[in-house]
Design a protein around this ligand. Structure first.
Ligand code: T4K
Length: 363
């Protein structure tokens, strides 16, 4: 065993010389931002790699969600999941909308489509599901509800690069999908994100919103802000994009290895991956009780292994910024779920060590 600590993740990074080569061009051109050539190239290449209609590269995934709300001109209630990162909710609130929680399915951990209709009021304008840990939501059911009630759908697809649904990238669904390219994601630009839509008018509006609301002649035609990705970030994205398939394949291999070796334990269960093809970006383990989780976490921490309690607590319980109302499934899962280390440079011996700790010490 190595002596260094093992964290829940590490960024997947291309060889440094490949990044440096791209940076040389940035130095030569002196163009650092404002929709430079590398941002444009990154947008083209990510579309080619993932089979997307288009992609607007932005500063981070939170801004991408805010831009999606702004582009659709939403004002009112947005039905979303309490089992998510706080950014889903803060983006809704920063855009002057009200998050309305709908509980999750206990197995997929995604929003429960059967409970959405009961949350719809005269003020509902959209549904914002999250593809939790890259696991596709029940898109068919969600789209049917959206059509019936004429609601917009924005997918928080922060975790979803590399996942597919009905043979297409998961990012191709919804009025807009908003993804993250944060350091901890399968594909990263250090900080970054993107908005994806198949609607060309919306696509153009998103580009204007990203750039202060300018049109091509720098007239202000939109209520925009600064969501621009820089050339330095796009260079990292381009370098890393070449390795995305390898990263996804590696994750799947390691995910299955954990799964095969841990599924005999009767005190844990796993996220159900029954819709579409996920990207295996996280390895969440659901314990039968919070006490067992804490015991396992303690055993792992003692050996300098640091899993993370994503997502804990359930977002609806943040009562300093939200009025609390109960979300029983999300609150219960949040207390019992923990993501094990999973990243490109994680070694099989590290996985064996983690598996062994969970098997031998924590039963
Ligand atoms: N919607 C959803 C559903 C999301 O999960 C997120 C973000 C968003 C929207 C918003 O997207 P962004 O605006 O962030 O693009 C991370 C990320 O900051 C966040 O992007 C992510 N979701 C969330 C689930 O997790 P932390 O608090 O776990 O980061 P941290 O610093 O504890 O890092 C975890 C581990 O990763 C560390 O133990 C070591 C490693 N690490 C981290 C960083 C930042 C590195 O090795 N290198 C690094 O540079 O938040």
């Amino acid at each position: 065993m190595k002596d260094e600590p093992i964290f829940v993740t590490q960024p997947s990074l291309a060889p440094l010389d490949e990044y440096m080569e791209l940076l040389k061009g940035v130095w030569e051109r002196g163009i650092l931002t404002h929709n430079g050539p590398l941002v444009q190239q990154f947008e083209k290449e990510i579309c080619k790699t993932l089979g997307l209609t288009n992609f607007v590269a932005v500063t981070n995934g939170t801004i991408a969600i805010q831009m999606a709300i702004k582009a659709l001109k939403l004002k009112g209630e947005i039905i979303t999941t309490p089992f998510t990162w706080i950014a889903t909710i803060s983006a809704i609130m920063w855009e002057g909308c009200t998050p309305v929680f709908c509980d999750i399915e206990p197995d997929t951990l995604n929003i429960d489509p059967k409970q959405i209709e009961a949350k719809i009021t005269n003020n509902t304008v959209a549904i914002m599901p999250v593809h939790v840990f890259g696991n596709p939501c029940d898109i068919a059911a969600i789209e049917a509800i959206a059509q019936k009630y004429k609601l917009k759908v924005i997918y928080d697809a922060a975790h979803a690069i590399g996942s597919t649904y009905r043979g297409k990238s998961l990012l191709e669904y919804g009025d807009i999908s908003a993804t993250s390219l944060h350091a901890t994601k399968l594909l990263n630009t250090a900080e970054g994100g993107g908005c994806i839509t198949r609607d060309l008018d919306l696509h153009e509006r998103l580009k204007r919103i990203r750039f202060f609301g300018h049109d091509d002649r720098k007239d202000i035609v939109e209520d925009g802000f600064n969501g621009k990705m820089t050339e330095v970030h796009a260079a990292l994205g381009l370098a890393n994009l070449k390795y995305l398939d390898d990263v996804v394949a590696d994750r799947k291999r390691k995910y299955l290895y954990y799964y095969e070796n841990l599924s005999s334990l009767d005190f844990i269960s796993f996220q159900s991956l029954r819709i579409g093809e996920p990207n295996y970006s996280y390895f969440p383990v659901i314990f039968e009780s919070e006490r067992k989780l804490e015991k396992a976490e303690h055993c792992l921490n003692e050996k300098k292994i640091f899993p993370r309690r994503y997502f804990y607590p359930s977002v609806n319980t943040y009562n300093k910024i939200l009025d609390y109302y109960e979300m029983p499934v999300s609150e219960s899962v949040s207390k019992r779920i923990m993501c094990l280390p999973l990243y490109l440079h994680l070694q099989i011996e590290d996985q064996d060590f983690i598996i062994d700790i969970l098997k031998r010490r924590c039963i």
